[in-house]
Ligand binder design. Structure first.
Ligand SMILES: [Zn+2]
Length: 220
């Protein structure tokens, strides 16, 4: 079974819906699907962080299986020091509640690595991943997973090297805000990796269920 681990849209697949805090917070109450919630670096504000932490005062809110997307964007968004603080606080929260973190990063891999090293037991999922081979090798030493989206279809050439480097056991798939179907993204991957589709599907499903603890959503 294919699982869409990061989408902002209704999905025909089993999926994890990503909500931005605080704007989409009200959607949390009528959640019938698994959810990730976080403060995006584009809209990072300290007061949002305080409110966000209050959400977890009674424990993990229902349906929440991950924190994010959150992270570091050095091209766009709040001042970098604010982004770092807000990201750190969310990682801390994830660590406290043993939740994985869905990471958005643009030119911020070293900032994210700084957090990864501080929280070796927390799982970090890089969404829409596209890094160079050196960065990828560095990340592979840690508790990190790599989620691929429609970039695989649009620019397969950019991905070949990192697809070769990353074991199937460390990858996931997502549609994010894009137009592409999850199945097409998956097929683009199996072609680049030259691996048998059924085998890949099974491995990736297992990883997703384990990382996000999805059994209770009928996905395990
Ligand atoms: Zn997203």
């Amino acid at each position: 079974m294919l699982i869409d681990i990061h989408t902002h849209k209704p999905s025909q697949y089993k999926s994890i819906k990503s909500l931005h805090f605080p704007n989409e917070y009200e959607n949390l109450s009528d959640a019938s699907t698994a959810i990730s919630i976080g403060i995006h670096p584009w809209w990072a504000e300290v007061e949002h962080s305080e409110k966000f932490e209050k959400l977890f005062e009674q424990g993990v809110p229902p349906s929440v299986v991950a924190i994010g997307e959150c992270g570091i964007d050095r091209v766009r968004g709040a001042a970098i020091e604010v982004q770092k603080t807000i990201f750190h606080r969310q990682v801390q929260l994830a660590s406290t509640f043993n939740l994985p973190v869905i990471v958005h990063q643009v030119k911020g891999i070293s900032d994210v690595l700084h957090e990864i090293k501080q929280f070796p037991y927390t799982v970090f999922v890089f969404h829409g991943y596209l890094g160079n081979p050196e960065q990828t090798l560095q990340l592979l030493k840690h508790n990190v997973f790599f989620s691929f989206g429609e970039g695989l279809i649009d620019y397969p050439g950019k991905y070949q090297k990192i697809i070769d480097l990353i074991p199937v056991e460390k990858i996931l798939f997502e549609t994010d805000n894009g137009q592409s179907n999850l199945k097409s993204i998956f097929q683009a991957y199996t072609q680049l990796k030259s691996r048998e589709a059924n085998e890949v599907e099974l491995i990736v499903e297992k990883s997703a269920c384990r990382i996000f603890n999805l059994e209770s959503y009928g996905m395990g």
